[in-house]
Design a protein around this ligand. Structure first.
Ligand code: FAD
Length: 329
């Protein structure tokens, strides 16, 4: 198979996104199997200083253009399309985030290339390059072989650990000429920063997280009791936020916040990839779920199979009793 493996290096306001390192780790494995170099594609405005952080790649192809100061997927897709046509990589791995979502699909449509999204793995197979895709929050997995090259793969968070994609090695950097169209249908008008929440869950050492299994807003008081006992705060999965039971500032996950507390207690949360993405780096994860096959048990260090409405008050009572015993010791 000819052509190098490319990873699109997503950057946001002067920082390389964590998922870029995940994609680099995956890209390195694929490039190794295909025995071709791995190249990171770094596009933007004033981004050249970031190239040194992409040492997992053999080479960084860095392209600067003032029009790429903001990450507008259509513009980036055009800039990438010109490079793909010129250099014909065999595979282009693009992080699937709220920032880059759509870029890979636009690129594939523009050049009539095969495109596979929601990939957790991309491998060299006898029939071509094969991707393992995760759909419907992890409930369905499918294997897809791209119909030819270059092929575009949208990489879902969690494909590899970001640590595996970092390197102290300095990559060779090649500056490339970037062409972008003068006219574009989509323009960025302005950013709207979300309102600051009452509690900053990214700074808490202890988080008590509730999911759909908590069943009703009245039951949130049980989680508040446990959080108070542990000296932490309550956060939630998306369905709880969508129902308006807690403010958006308490949402953990892909479309919420990423948290890394010392203790994360997941109550009635299934463990969909979009949730796990936001909490998997917590130091200690304790999960309570009535379904022993719930995916959350795959990331939890400790698990309790049980009804959250029974376990919650029992946990709070046990912690209070322990605190009481210590105060008299
Ligand atoms: C683009 C995109 C972005 C997303 N962003 C996010 C995000 O930022 N954050 C997020 O959380 N999700 C996000 N999602 C949604 C995600 O896919 C899941 O749908 C969501 O995380 C599921 O939430 P849940 O675990 O609370 O609910 P469910 O998946 O419905 O799970 C409920 C769990 O509770 C358990 N349960 C039920 N009753 C009890 C009981 N009495 N006691 C104990 N356990 C019980 C069940 O066994 C089940 O495992 C996103 C989805 C998409 C497509």
């Amino acid at each position: 198979m000819s052509g190098n493996v490319w990873v699109f290096a997503e950057q946001w306001r002067g920082r390389i996104s964590e998922i870029t390192y995940e994609a680099l780790a995956l890209g390195k494995e694929l490039a190794g199997a295909l025995q071709v170099p791995l190249e990171a594609i770094l596009l933007g405005h004033n981004v050249l200083p970031l190239a040194g952080t992409l040492g997992k790649a053999d080479t960084v192809l860095a392209g600067e253009h003032p029009a790429l100061a903001e990450l507008v997927p259509g513009l980036y897709a055009e800039a990438l399309a010109a490079l793909v046509e010129e250099r014909a990589p065999c595979a282009v791995l693009i992080p699937l985030t709220n920032i880059s979502l759509g870029m890979g699909t636009l690129l594939a449509a523009r050049l009539h290339l095969p495109s596979v999204n929601f990939c957790q793995d991309v491998r060299a197979a006898a029939a071509g390059i094969e991707a393992r895709c995760v759909l419907y929050g992890g409930k369905i997995e499918s294997r897809v072989t791209a119909a030819g090259t270059p092929a575009i793969f949208g990489i879902w968070s969690g494909a590899r650990s970001p640590e595996a994609g970092r390197s102290d090695r300095a990559p060779s950097v090649e500056e490339v000429r970037v062409t972008v169209p003068d006219d574009t249908r989509v323009r960025l008008k302005r950013y709207i920063e979300p309102e600051a929440g009452d509690v900053d869950i990214t700074r808490q050492e202890v988080l008590v997280a509730v999911g759909r299994g908590i069943q009703s807003p009245e039951n949130l008081a049980l989680a508040e009791d446990l959080a108070r006992s542990l000296g932490g705060a309550v956060c939630a999965s998306r369905p709880v936020i969508d129902q308006g039971w807690l403010p958006l500032s308490r949402q953990v996950g892909k479309s919420g916040l990423t948290v890394k507390p010392k203790l994360y207690v997941a109550l009635g949360i299934s463990g969909a990839p979009e949730h796990v993405e936001g909490m998997r780096d917590s130091s200690l994860i304790v999960a309570v779920n009535s379904d022993p096959r719930a995916p959350i048990f795959g990331v939890a260090h400790y698990g309790i199979v049980g009804d959250v409405l029974e376990v919650l008050p029992a946990l709070t009572a046990a912690i209070e009793a322990r605190k009481e015993a210590h105060s008299h010791a």
